[in-house]
Design a binder for this molecule. Structure first.
Ligand SMILES: [Zn+2]
Length: 332
């Protein structure tokens, strides 16, 4: 039922687009095919909720974001109402590559119920985790239950899901999301708006590059709470000295030997800042900082945008705030 209605709506919008030739075809599509306007779209993380929400707002629609601000996407589990929201959605915009571990079964149900689950990360030239072999050897326990049960399908455990920390990839994602929204709603305005938001994100990327230019080459070293900055490091020319939580997720725990060797590496490299994660306040970061001594802990927006009204409330604000904090910490 639902798919055929959408197909008709899409066809109608396409026909309108061809004849009306770019005039106000979104309002026309809205009035003549109510099902197009009624398409429900859901984003999993606050990052994609921000990007998709801006596209929807530009096109006169809306997106529901499942995770609250400050949630850690690795360990967020939905309420039964949220599962229902996903299952009833026409389009679920997800990160994928195993990021949303607690949402996987809900996403599968949604898909079985006819929703389009659109995972962006696999489309953004994903990279393997840097120290993959090592990470697997040390992170064995966290993988056991769920990963083995579901291991054969969909995500590859070896690819890094944190694509959004490269703003250029997020700009590409905006274009892909807009095109997918246009397909699902039958309203071409979403595609135009996806391109617009994508262009804005390319400007955000320029701003991030400019801010980070203040960091001297020999200070471009990151120590972070977990292994989330591979794309960031590649895009903005940083090196990752170490991560506190092994395994590419926030769900594992380092051994005391791992913490001690990281503390030693930090002392040896002369690193003076450890970057924490607003979405995963971890006592381990503070413990590490105390063990190293003479280092500051600076919070970054890693898994979530900031609170509404804060400078990091949007994806753009999140990334420019991160750039400023990294620049201030490492160039001072
Ligand atoms: Zn992460």
């Amino acid at each position: 039922m639902r798919t055929s209605t959408i197909a008709i709506a899409g066809f109608a919008a396409l026909a309108l687009g061809l004849s009306a030739c770019g005039s106000s075809d979104d309002s026309a599509a809205g009035s003549e095919s109510p099902s197009a306007g009624a398409a429900t779209m859901v984003a999993t993380t606050t990052v994609w909720g921000s990007v998709a929400g801006q596209i929807a707002e530009c096109a006169g629609g809306s997106v529901t974001t499942l995770m609250p601000v400050g949630a850690d996407p690795h360990d967020f589990t939905p309420s039964s109402d949220q599962v229902a929201t996903m299952v009833d959605a026409d389009l679920v915009i997800a990160n994928g590559l195993g990021l949303e571990e607690g949402l996987e079964s809900a996403m599968e149900s949604a898909q079985q119920d006819g929703a389009v689950v659109f995972e962006v990360a696999p489309l953004l030239d994903p990279m393997p985790f840097e120290a993959e072999g090592e990470v697997h050897a040390e992170g064995e326990e966290h993988a056991e239950g769920e990963e083995h049960a579901e291991g054969e399908e969909a995500h590859s455990h070896g690819e890094d899901p944190h694509v959004w920390l490269d703003v250029t990839r997020a700009a590409d994602a905006a274009e892909l999301i807009g095109a997918e929204m246009a397909k699902v709603t039958g309203d071409a305005a979403y595609e135009t708006c996806g391109t617009e938001v994508g262009q804005e994100l390319r400007s955000t990327n320029d701003a991030v590059v400019e801010t980070l230019a203040a960091v001297p080459t020999d200070k471009r070293i990151l120590v972070t709470d977990h292994d989330a900055f591979g794309y960031f490091a590649e895009a903005y020319d940083f090196r990752i000295e170490g991560v506190v939580i092994p395994g590419g997720s926030t769900l594992a725990e380092p051994s005391s030997a791992e913490l001690a060797s990281l503390a030693q590496a930090i002392q040896d490299s002369g690193v003076k800042t450890i970057f924490a994660n607003t979405a995963n306040p971890s006592a381990l970061v503070d413990a590490l900082a105390a063990e190293v001594g003479d280092v500051q802990v600076v919070e970054l927006y890693v898994g979530s945008v900031g609170e509404p009204g804060s400078e990091a409330a949007t994806y753009q604000g999140m990334m420019t705030t991160n750039a400023t904090r990294i620049s201030d910490a490492l160039s001072g």
